[in-house]
Design a protein around this ligand. Structure first.
Ligand code: ADP
Ligand code: MG
Length: 407
């Protein structure tokens, strides 16, 4: 999608993007974001050792009809850490093509879009590895203790192996036990030099023990290419998404590019700060008056954390006079048109239900110093769920992997 490379532009300048957060009270009110920000400041103070930057992002959208009836893509969020399902989404076209072919619907089968994000994501890692410039260095994939998404990750690992780039899988605990930096802050794991660190863990508070925070700091201090570096992880928070939608902020980040600003802004739904003050009070009053039009979002990732309807009302009533409310943002609820479809899930009967879909666009960028080496979209992810589920994706057990069918 055309706007994906534009999102890079605001993820690019470390000073600009984190400025949004420096002044936001979210930092004080959300411990997890505060901890990430502390590491960021510490590394900035010491001097950032990495010179190559790699982003593997996924920007998620839902279709909503505008007032004039035309469908428009509205952004749900952008994922700058552990953006998943690029591997599995590379396999889903073959599944639907097969089903349609079995039903002798060969014409329809041919219309399923081909899709291979894992190839593009691996190309980004490979480019960062190459620019790091050490032939024997490896890629370190930080995996979870109980990894449920290994096959998604393997698709990317296999693409890299085909380019003779080796990936080792380790947990934060392994890094704290066997990771080290030399005097040039080169990162070594089990004595092996690491060129790129690819995080598939580290985006939720429960994923960090004290030991894991130490490991994260060690990785962050190194000159290995982190995907993402901690500033880019912070740039993916819901608070930054909301601050970006403020009048004048995109204009500041993309000076002299009014068309790009307009195209990006057209994808934004209403986003509201809940910082203490008049603006936040007003947003709360509006949400309490029309709860079905809003979503309350904490600074969390991974699905199942947002609050809707009655739950949102109760939370807002409790939060409205407390500074803690600044750790949330309020978002306009996007209302895609439902359609009938079957969701194939273990243990559930196959029947036609009303569904909505969310379209994710994968984007890859690589930057060396100030030079942009790669910035492109590399594929898509369609997730479909029954309308009764307000929140949650595939990992949360709510949505299923799907394919767009162009008509
Ligand atoms: P997470 O970081 O937990 O994935 P998201 O912002 O993506 O948080 O929200 C999780 C899910 O909730 C989304 O996949 C989407 O289905 C639903 N959702 C989030 N924001 C909105 C919104 N503004 N309107 C409608 N549904 C939303
Ligand atoms: Mg999401």
């Amino acid at each position: 999608m055309d706007t994906m490379p534009l999102f890079y532009l605001y993820l690019c300048g470390a000073e600009d993007r984190t400025q949004c957060l420096t002044c936001a009270s979210t930092i004080k009110m959300d411990k997890f974001t505060a901890h990430l920000f502390d590491i960021y400041k510490q590394v900035l103070g010491e001097g950032i050792a990495q010179t190559v930057f790699l982003g593997l992002n996924r920007s998620d959208y839902m279709f909503q009809r505008s007032a004039d009836g035309s469908p428009a893509l509205k952004q749900i969020e952008i994922n700058t850490i552990s953006a998943s399902f690029g591997g599995l989404a590379s396999r889903t076209p073959a599944v639907h093509q097969h089903v349609l072919n079995v039903l002798s619907k060969t014409k329809e089968a041919a219309k399923i879009l081909s899709n291979n994000p894992s190839k593009g994501l691996a190309l980004g890692i490979a480019k960062a590895w190459e620019l790091y410039g050490s032939a024997n260095a490896q890629v370190l994939l930080i995996a979870q203790e109980k990894e449920r998404n290994i096959f998604d990750q393997r698709a990317i690992e296999n693409e890299l192996l085909a380019k003779k780039i080796h990936v080792i899988r380790r947990r934060f605990e392994d890094v704290s036990e066997k990771g080290s930096l030399d005097q040039d802050r080169r990162l070594f794991m089990d004595g092996q030099e690491i060129a790129v660190v690819y995080f598939r863990d580290g985006y939720m508070p429960t994923q960090y023990s004290t030991q894991n925070w130490k490991a994260r700091l060690l990785l962050e201090r190194s000159c290995a290419v982190k995907c993402p570096d901690i500033a880019t992880q912070l740039a993916g928070t819901k608070k930054v998404q909301q601050e970006l939608s403020r009048a004048g902020v995109l204009e500041m980040l993309l000076p002299g590019q009014p068309e790009a600003v307009a195209r990006l802004r057209a994808t934004f739904a209403g986003l509201y700060s809940l910082d203490m003050g008049e603006e936040g009070d007003q947003a709360i009053t509006e949400a309490l008056a029309a709860p079905n039009r809003f979503v309350l979002k904490p600074q969390r990732e991974g699905g199942g954390n947002n609050l809707y309807g009655e739950e949102m009302v109760q939370a807002l009533e409790q939060l409205k006079d407390r500074e803690e409310r600044a750790s949330y943002i309020l978002m306009e609820k996007i209302e895609p048109e439902p359609f009938a479809n079957c969701l194939l899930r273990p243990g559930s009967p196959v029947r036609v239900v009303q569904c909505i879909s969310e379209l994710g666009i994968f984007g890859v960028y690589v930057r060396q110093g100030k030079t942009l080496v790669m910035n492109k979209h590399v594929g898509h992810l369609l997730r479909t769920k029954a309308i009764e589920h307000a929140d949650g994706g595939v990992a949360a057990g709510v949505a299923v992997l799907d394919n767009p069918y162009p008509v």
